[in-house]
Design a protein around this ligand. Structure first.
Ligand code: FNR
Length: 183
């Protein structure tokens, strides 16, 4: 069985370390995991007044999440919390009420920061939200990565062998987690 994993990157900037990490993960993932970045920057801020006539990009996004077998979050930390664009994507996907696209999707969280704390604050705020969205969330290994500026080789590969080995272990654990929940 192969599993389609929707990857939500918490940064919108072109040169994002987190986007680089998402792409590097797609390359080292075990063959049964197909990692695809799902864009979130095109989603307008959620506004309940528009629920009856939602912005056009919402339908596609919700359908893409619903079609995925699992969701992987790769995010920086903004002011010790979740970047607004990512929180907005979670809010958009969670509605309309009773049609939460994330419901039951096995999920995992990776945070990456140039600083030493590895996005710990964002990581756990994200876990709080995902509990509300009923995503079976990989408990461990916990992934807080610091030193983002030194993590990548010029070709985008992960330059630190110990970190790459760790991330391969994380992806294997996530694969087993998805299998456990999806069969
Ligand atoms: C940051 N940054 C940051 N870093 C961190 O480790 N903890 C934090 O609380 C914050 N806060 C924060 C707030 C805002 C508004 C911005 C724009 C940035 C720095 C951040 O980690 C850095 O810009 C990363 O490079 C962002 O990730 P990407 O875009 O490289 O994936």
């Amino acid at each position: 069985t192969t599993y389609q994993v929707a990857v939500l990157v918490g940064s919108l900037r072109k040169g994002s370390y987190n986007r680089k990490l998402a792409l590097a993960l797609a390359r080292i993932a075990p063959p049964e995991l197909k990692l695809n970045i799902v864009e979130i920057g095109q989603l307008p801020f959620y506004n309940e007044d528009e629920a009856a006539a939602p912005p056009a990009p919402y339908a596609d996004f919700r359908q893409t999440i619903k079609a995925a077998d699992a969701v992987l979050f790769v995010s920086p930390e903004y002011n010790r919390s979740i970047p607004a664009a990512l929180k907005n994507a979670l809010d958009v996907g969670s509605r309309p009420y009773g049609h939460n696209a994330f419901d039951g999707k096995p999920a995992a969280v990776i945070t990456l920061s140039p600083g030493a704390l590895g996005g710990f604050g964002a990581h756990h705020h994200l876990r709080q939200v995902l509990a509300c969205l009923n995503t079976p969330l990989l408990p461990s290994p916990e992934v807080y990565l610091g030193g983002a500026a030194e993590l990548f080789a010029p070709d985008g590969a992960i330059a630190k062998p110990d970190t790459e080995a760790f991330l391969r272990k994380v992806l294997a654990a996530f694969s087993a987690w998805i299998q456990k929940h999806k069969g």
